[in-house]
Design a protein around this ligand. Structure first.
Ligand SMILES: [Zn+2]
Length: 357
Protein backbone atom coordinates (compact mmCIF):
# COMPACT_ATOMS: atom_id res chain seq x y z
CA UNK A 1 0.00 0.00 0.00
CA UNK A 2 1.25 3.44 -0.85
CA UNK A 3 1.55 5.92 1.98
CA UNK A 4 -0.62 8.29 0.02
CA UNK A 5 -3.55 5.90 0.11
CA UNK A 6 -4.28 6.62 3.78
CA UNK A 7 -5.27 10.18 4.50
CA UNK A 8 -7.00 11.86 7.34
CA UNK A 9 -8.48 15.01 8.72
CA UNK A 10 -6.87 15.93 11.98
CA UNK A 11 -7.42 18.42 14.74
CA UNK A 12 -3.75 18.65 15.65
CA UNK A 13 -0.54 18.38 13.73
CA UNK A 14 -0.06 14.66 13.51
CA UNK A 15 0.99 12.20 10.87
CA UNK A 16 -1.40 9.31 10.48
CA UNK A 17 0.35 7.33 7.80
CA UNK A 18 0.58 3.60 8.44
CA UNK A 19 4.00 2.18 9.20
CA UNK A 20 5.34 -1.16 8.05
CA UNK A 21 4.22 -2.84 11.27
CA UNK A 22 0.58 -1.96 10.65
CA UNK A 23 0.84 -3.07 7.04
CA UNK A 24 2.09 -6.48 8.04
CA UNK A 25 -0.73 -6.68 10.58
CA UNK A 26 -3.12 -6.13 7.71
CA UNK A 27 -2.03 -9.33 6.02
CA UNK A 28 -2.34 -11.42 9.17
CA UNK A 29 -5.23 -9.86 11.06
CA UNK A 30 -7.21 -13.05 11.67
CA UNK A 31 -7.61 -12.23 15.37
CA UNK A 32 -9.53 -9.04 14.56
CA UNK A 33 -11.91 -10.92 12.27
CA UNK A 34 -12.91 -13.26 15.05
CA UNK A 35 -16.13 -11.48 16.01
CA UNK A 36 -18.93 -13.62 17.42
CA UNK A 37 -22.13 -13.68 15.40
CA UNK A 38 -24.27 -12.61 18.36
CA UNK A 39 -22.11 -9.54 18.89
CA UNK A 40 -23.58 -7.94 15.78
CA UNK A 41 -26.96 -6.23 15.87
CA UNK A 42 -28.59 -5.37 12.55
CA UNK A 43 -30.50 -2.11 12.93
CA UNK A 44 -31.52 -1.73 9.29
CA UNK A 45 -30.81 -3.50 6.03
CA UNK A 46 -32.39 -3.40 2.61
CA UNK A 47 -32.76 -7.20 2.56
CA UNK A 48 -34.40 -7.15 5.98
CA UNK A 49 -36.92 -4.49 4.88
CA UNK A 50 -37.99 -6.62 1.91
CA UNK A 51 -38.47 -9.65 4.17
CA UNK A 52 -40.26 -7.63 6.85
CA UNK A 53 -42.84 -6.11 4.55
CA UNK A 54 -44.23 -9.39 3.15
CA UNK A 55 -46.01 -10.62 6.33
CA UNK A 56 -47.28 -7.08 6.98
CA UNK A 57 -48.91 -6.94 3.54
CA UNK A 58 -50.62 -10.27 4.29
CA UNK A 59 -51.81 -8.91 7.65
CA UNK A 60 -53.17 -5.79 5.90
CA UNK A 61 -55.18 -7.97 3.53
CA UNK A 62 -56.67 -9.98 6.40
CA UNK A 63 -57.48 -6.89 8.44
CA UNK A 64 -59.04 -5.12 5.47
CA UNK A 65 -61.33 -8.12 4.84
CA UNK A 66 -62.27 -8.27 8.52
CA UNK A 67 -63.04 -4.55 8.70
CA UNK A 68 -65.13 -4.65 5.51
CA UNK A 69 -67.18 -7.48 6.98
CA UNK A 70 -67.70 -5.53 10.22
CA UNK A 71 -68.84 -2.32 8.53
CA UNK A 72 -71.30 -4.23 6.32
CA UNK A 73 -72.97 -5.49 9.50
CA UNK A 74 -73.98 -1.93 10.42
CA UNK A 75 -74.99 -1.07 6.84
CA UNK A 76 -72.04 1.17 6.05
CA UNK A 77 -70.35 1.21 2.64
CA UNK A 78 -67.02 2.74 3.75
CA UNK A 79 -64.88 2.85 6.89
CA UNK A 80 -65.41 6.61 7.23
CA UNK A 81 -69.18 6.14 7.03
CA UNK A 82 -69.02 3.34 9.63
CA UNK A 83 -66.96 5.52 12.00
CA UNK A 84 -69.48 8.35 11.57
CA UNK A 85 -72.34 6.00 12.42
CA UNK A 86 -70.43 4.73 15.44
CA UNK A 87 -69.90 8.29 16.73
CA UNK A 88 -73.63 8.66 17.30
CA UNK A 89 -74.54 5.12 18.30
CA UNK A 90 -73.53 2.64 20.95
CA UNK A 91 -73.66 -0.53 18.88
CA UNK A 92 -71.48 -3.31 20.38
CA UNK A 93 -69.66 -3.90 17.14
CA UNK A 94 -68.47 -0.29 17.04
CA UNK A 95 -65.64 -1.01 19.50
CA UNK A 96 -64.39 -3.71 17.14
CA UNK A 97 -64.70 -1.43 14.09
CA UNK A 98 -62.82 1.42 15.77
CA UNK A 99 -60.14 -1.00 16.94
CA UNK A 100 -59.74 -2.62 13.49
CA UNK A 101 -59.68 0.77 11.74
CA UNK A 102 -56.91 2.02 14.03
CA UNK A 103 -54.87 -1.16 13.61
CA UNK A 104 -55.23 -0.93 9.84
CA UNK A 105 -54.18 2.71 9.82
CA UNK A 106 -51.04 1.94 11.88
CA UNK A 107 -50.24 -1.02 9.67
CA UNK A 108 -50.53 1.08 6.52
CA UNK A 109 -48.12 3.64 7.94
CA UNK A 110 -45.62 0.92 8.85
CA UNK A 111 -45.87 -0.63 5.36
CA UNK A 112 -45.50 2.77 3.66
CA UNK A 113 -42.36 3.47 5.68
CA UNK A 114 -40.84 0.10 4.76
CA UNK A 115 -41.82 0.45 1.10
CA UNK A 116 -40.24 3.87 1.03
CA UNK A 117 -36.94 2.48 2.34
CA UNK A 118 -37.13 -0.41 -0.14
CA UNK A 119 -37.71 2.10 -2.95
CA UNK A 120 -34.66 4.03 -1.79
CA UNK A 121 -32.63 0.79 -1.69
CA UNK A 122 -33.49 0.10 -5.32
CA UNK A 123 -32.63 3.60 -6.54
CA UNK A 124 -29.65 2.90 -8.79
CA UNK A 125 -28.82 6.58 -9.18
CA UNK A 126 -27.61 6.69 -5.57
CA UNK A 127 -24.45 5.18 -4.09
CA UNK A 128 -24.96 2.61 -1.32
CA UNK A 129 -23.74 3.52 2.16
CA UNK A 130 -23.54 1.22 5.19
CA UNK A 131 -23.01 2.59 8.68
CA UNK A 132 -21.35 0.47 11.37
CA UNK A 133 -21.39 1.73 14.97
CA UNK A 134 -18.82 0.05 17.19
CA UNK A 135 -19.54 -0.62 20.85
CA UNK A 136 -17.52 -1.93 23.78
CA UNK A 137 -18.58 -4.45 26.45
CA UNK A 138 -20.12 -1.72 28.60
CA UNK A 139 -20.55 1.34 26.36
CA UNK A 140 -22.62 2.18 23.32
CA UNK A 141 -22.27 5.23 21.07
CA UNK A 142 -25.96 6.07 20.79
CA UNK A 143 -29.46 5.06 21.85
CA UNK A 144 -30.79 5.62 18.36
CA UNK A 145 -28.48 4.20 15.70
CA UNK A 146 -30.95 4.63 12.87
CA UNK A 147 -31.51 8.32 13.65
CA UNK A 148 -27.76 8.95 13.80
CA UNK A 149 -27.11 7.01 10.59
CA UNK A 150 -29.85 9.00 8.88
CA UNK A 151 -28.31 12.23 10.18
CA UNK A 152 -24.93 11.15 8.82
CA UNK A 153 -26.50 10.34 5.45
CA UNK A 154 -28.24 13.69 5.17
CA UNK A 155 -25.09 15.53 6.25
CA UNK A 156 -23.05 13.73 3.57
CA UNK A 157 -25.61 14.48 0.90
CA UNK A 158 -25.85 18.08 1.97
CA UNK A 159 -22.05 18.53 1.89
CA UNK A 160 -22.02 17.09 -1.63
CA UNK A 161 -24.52 19.61 -2.88
CA UNK A 162 -22.94 22.30 -5.01
CA UNK A 163 -25.31 25.27 -5.04
CA UNK A 164 -28.37 23.09 -5.55
CA UNK A 165 -26.70 20.51 -7.77
CA UNK A 166 -26.33 17.13 -6.09
CA UNK A 167 -23.02 15.94 -7.52
CA UNK A 168 -23.32 12.52 -5.91
CA UNK A 169 -26.05 11.17 -3.67
CA UNK A 170 -25.87 8.37 -1.12
CA UNK A 171 -28.62 6.05 0.09
CA UNK A 172 -28.64 4.12 3.35
CA UNK A 173 -28.48 0.37 2.70
CA UNK A 174 -27.40 -0.96 6.08
CA UNK A 175 -26.97 0.08 9.71
CA UNK A 176 -25.57 -2.17 12.41
CA UNK A 177 -23.90 -2.09 15.80
CA UNK A 178 -20.89 -4.33 16.32
CA UNK A 179 -19.17 -5.32 19.56
CA UNK A 180 -15.49 -4.53 19.10
CA UNK A 181 -13.92 -3.47 22.38
CA UNK A 182 -10.44 -3.44 20.82
CA UNK A 183 -11.40 -0.73 18.33
CA UNK A 184 -14.08 1.15 20.29
CA UNK A 185 -11.33 3.59 21.23
CA UNK A 186 -8.54 3.28 18.70
CA UNK A 187 -6.27 5.14 16.29
CA UNK A 188 -6.67 6.11 12.66
CA UNK A 189 -4.19 3.39 11.74
CA UNK A 190 -6.85 0.84 12.75
CA UNK A 191 -8.58 1.55 9.45
CA UNK A 192 -6.40 -1.21 8.01
CA UNK A 193 -7.71 -3.93 10.35
CA UNK A 194 -11.25 -2.53 10.33
CA UNK A 195 -11.34 -2.45 6.56
CA UNK A 196 -10.41 -6.13 6.47
CA UNK A 197 -13.45 -6.80 8.68
CA UNK A 198 -16.10 -4.43 7.35
CA UNK A 199 -15.47 -3.84 3.64
CA UNK A 200 -18.23 -5.13 1.39
CA UNK A 201 -18.43 -5.15 -2.37
CA UNK A 202 -21.84 -3.50 -2.59
CA UNK A 203 -21.52 -0.37 -0.44
CA UNK A 204 -19.13 2.12 1.06
CA UNK A 205 -19.03 1.54 4.80
CA UNK A 206 -18.70 4.28 7.40
CA UNK A 207 -17.31 2.82 10.65
CA UNK A 208 -17.93 4.99 13.71
CA UNK A 209 -15.74 4.76 16.81
CA UNK A 210 -15.85 6.48 20.17
CA UNK A 211 -12.33 7.87 19.88
CA UNK A 212 -9.38 8.07 17.52
CA UNK A 213 -6.08 8.96 19.15
CA UNK A 214 -3.64 11.65 18.08
CA UNK A 215 -6.22 14.30 17.30
CA UNK A 216 -7.42 12.35 14.29
CA UNK A 217 -11.10 12.93 13.49
CA UNK A 218 -11.42 10.52 10.61
CA UNK A 219 -9.51 8.60 7.99
CA UNK A 220 -10.15 7.00 4.63
CA UNK A 221 -8.31 5.48 1.70
CA UNK A 222 -7.65 7.42 -1.47
CA UNK A 223 -9.56 6.46 -4.62
CA UNK A 224 -11.47 3.44 -3.49
CA UNK A 225 -14.79 1.87 -4.48
CA UNK A 226 -17.40 -0.49 -3.12
CA UNK A 227 -15.78 -3.34 -5.05
CA UNK A 228 -12.32 -3.16 -3.44
CA UNK A 229 -11.32 -4.37 0.01
CA UNK A 230 -10.47 -0.86 1.20
CA UNK A 231 -13.85 0.78 1.05
CA UNK A 232 -14.39 1.94 4.60
CA UNK A 233 -14.24 5.38 6.11
CA UNK A 234 -13.44 5.65 9.80
CA UNK A 235 -14.71 8.51 11.94
CA UNK A 236 -15.11 9.63 15.53
CA UNK A 237 -18.67 9.79 16.79
CA UNK A 238 -18.24 13.12 18.59
CA UNK A 239 -16.78 14.73 15.45
CA UNK A 240 -19.71 13.56 13.39
CA UNK A 241 -22.20 14.97 15.90
CA UNK A 242 -20.51 18.36 16.23
CA UNK A 243 -19.52 21.32 14.10
CA UNK A 244 -16.47 19.23 13.19
CA UNK A 245 -18.69 17.13 10.94
CA UNK A 246 -16.82 18.52 7.95
CA UNK A 247 -14.76 15.39 8.48
CA UNK A 248 -17.52 13.48 6.65
CA UNK A 249 -17.18 15.28 3.34
CA UNK A 250 -13.41 15.46 3.77
CA UNK A 251 -13.00 11.70 4.04
CA UNK A 252 -15.36 11.14 1.15
CA UNK A 253 -13.27 13.59 -0.87
CA UNK A 254 -10.32 11.19 -0.47
CA UNK A 255 -12.50 8.31 -1.61
CA UNK A 256 -13.28 10.35 -4.72
CA UNK A 257 -9.53 10.71 -5.36
CA UNK A 258 -9.14 14.25 -4.03
CA UNK A 259 -5.94 14.93 -2.17
CA UNK A 260 -5.26 17.51 0.49
CA UNK A 261 -4.98 21.02 -0.89
CA UNK A 262 -2.00 21.88 1.30
CA UNK A 263 1.00 20.03 2.72
CA UNK A 264 0.62 21.29 6.25
CA UNK A 265 1.83 18.25 8.14
CA UNK A 266 4.26 15.52 7.26
CA UNK A 267 2.82 12.54 5.46
CA UNK A 268 -0.41 14.23 4.42
CA UNK A 269 0.49 14.74 0.77
CA UNK A 270 2.94 13.43 -1.83
CA UNK A 271 4.45 16.87 -2.20
CA UNK A 272 3.44 20.29 -3.34
CA UNK A 273 2.88 21.83 -6.73
CA UNK A 274 0.91 21.13 -9.83
CA UNK A 275 -0.30 17.60 -10.60
CA UNK A 276 -2.47 15.96 -13.18
CA UNK A 277 -5.40 14.40 -11.32
CA UNK A 278 -4.53 10.98 -12.79
CA UNK A 279 -1.04 11.28 -11.25
CA UNK A 280 -2.63 11.67 -7.84
CA UNK A 281 -4.82 8.63 -8.48
CA UNK A 282 -1.72 6.51 -9.12
CA UNK A 283 -1.18 6.57 -5.34
CA UNK A 284 -4.71 5.42 -4.63
CA UNK A 285 -6.14 1.97 -4.00
CA UNK A 286 -7.80 1.41 -7.39
CA UNK A 287 -4.85 2.82 -9.29
CA UNK A 288 -5.69 0.89 -12.45
CA UNK A 289 -8.72 3.14 -12.88
CA UNK A 290 -8.00 6.54 -14.33
CA UNK A 291 -10.22 9.33 -15.49
CA UNK A 292 -10.82 9.75 -19.21
CA UNK A 293 -10.83 13.47 -18.65
CA UNK A 294 -7.67 14.52 -16.81
CA UNK A 295 -7.32 17.91 -15.17
CA UNK A 296 -4.81 19.89 -13.13
CA UNK A 297 -4.73 19.76 -9.36
CA UNK A 298 -2.67 22.06 -7.19
CA UNK A 299 -1.24 21.32 -3.73
CA UNK A 300 -0.02 24.38 -1.87
CA UNK A 301 2.88 24.19 0.56
CA UNK A 302 1.11 25.97 3.43
CA UNK A 303 -2.04 27.79 2.30
CA UNK A 304 -2.84 29.16 5.73
CA UNK A 305 -5.41 31.70 4.70
CA UNK A 306 -5.39 32.79 1.11
CA UNK A 307 -6.04 31.60 -2.39
CA UNK A 308 -3.42 29.36 -3.96
CA UNK A 309 -2.25 29.79 -7.50
CA UNK A 310 0.08 27.82 -9.76
CA UNK A 311 0.28 27.03 -13.45
CA UNK A 312 -2.89 28.92 -14.17
CA UNK A 313 -4.82 27.15 -11.39
CA UNK A 314 -6.44 29.41 -8.84
CA UNK A 315 -8.52 28.11 -5.99
CA UNK A 316 -8.99 28.58 -2.32
CA UNK A 317 -6.88 25.82 -0.76
CA UNK A 318 -7.73 26.78 2.81
CA UNK A 319 -11.45 27.26 3.22
CA UNK A 320 -12.50 23.98 1.68
CA UNK A 321 -12.97 20.50 3.01
CA UNK A 322 -9.77 19.05 1.58
CA UNK A 323 -7.53 21.19 3.74
CA UNK A 324 -5.92 18.65 6.11
CA UNK A 325 -6.49 20.31 9.45
CA UNK A 326 -9.82 21.14 11.05
CA UNK A 327 -8.73 24.39 12.68
CA UNK A 328 -11.56 25.93 14.68
CA UNK A 329 -10.99 29.45 13.35
CA UNK A 330 -11.02 28.35 9.73
CA UNK A 331 -14.17 29.10 7.85
CA UNK A 332 -15.11 26.12 5.74
CA UNK A 333 -17.41 27.41 3.05
CA UNK A 334 -18.01 23.98 1.54
CA UNK A 335 -16.24 21.40 -0.53
CA UNK A 336 -16.68 23.84 -3.37
CA UNK A 337 -14.65 26.95 -2.71
CA UNK A 338 -14.22 29.29 -5.58
CA UNK A 339 -12.11 27.74 -8.31
CA UNK A 340 -11.99 24.34 -6.58
CA UNK A 341 -15.55 23.46 -7.53
CA UNK A 342 -14.55 22.45 -11.07
CA UNK A 343 -11.88 20.01 -9.86
CA UNK A 344 -14.29 18.47 -7.34
CA UNK A 345 -17.03 18.05 -9.92
CA UNK A 346 -14.69 16.36 -12.39
CA UNK A 347 -13.25 14.03 -9.73
CA UNK A 348 -16.68 13.02 -8.43
CA UNK A 349 -18.11 12.56 -11.88
CA UNK A 350 -15.22 10.22 -12.75
CA UNK A 351 -15.60 8.29 -9.46
CA UNK A 352 -19.35 8.06 -9.87
CA UNK A 353 -18.91 6.50 -13.32
CA UNK A 354 -17.10 3.57 -11.69
CA UNK A 355 -19.08 3.40 -8.48
CA UNK A 356 -22.70 3.30 -9.58
CA UNK A 357 -23.94 -0.21 -10.33
ZN1 LIG B 1 -7.46 14.09 4.75
Amino acid sequence: MKVLSLLCLIGLIFSCKPNQKEESKFSSSSETKNIEDDSEKIIFSCEQSEEDVKPLRFERKKLTFQLNTQITLIGASSVDQALAICETSNLNICDEIIDSAKKLEDLKKQIASLESSIGECRDSSKVALNVVFLRSEDETLTDDHLADATLLLSELNSQLNDNGEQIVEFKLTGVKEVLDTEHYKTSCNAIIQLSAIHSTDDALTFVITDYLSGGCLGVSFLWTFPDTSHNILLGRYDAIKSDQNIVLGHELGHVFGLNHTAAVYSGSTPGVGLFNFNDILSGGIAKDRRCAEDFDYYIHDKALSTDAEAGGIVWNSYENLMYPIAAKDREVVSLFTEGYSEAVNKAVSCWNGFALK
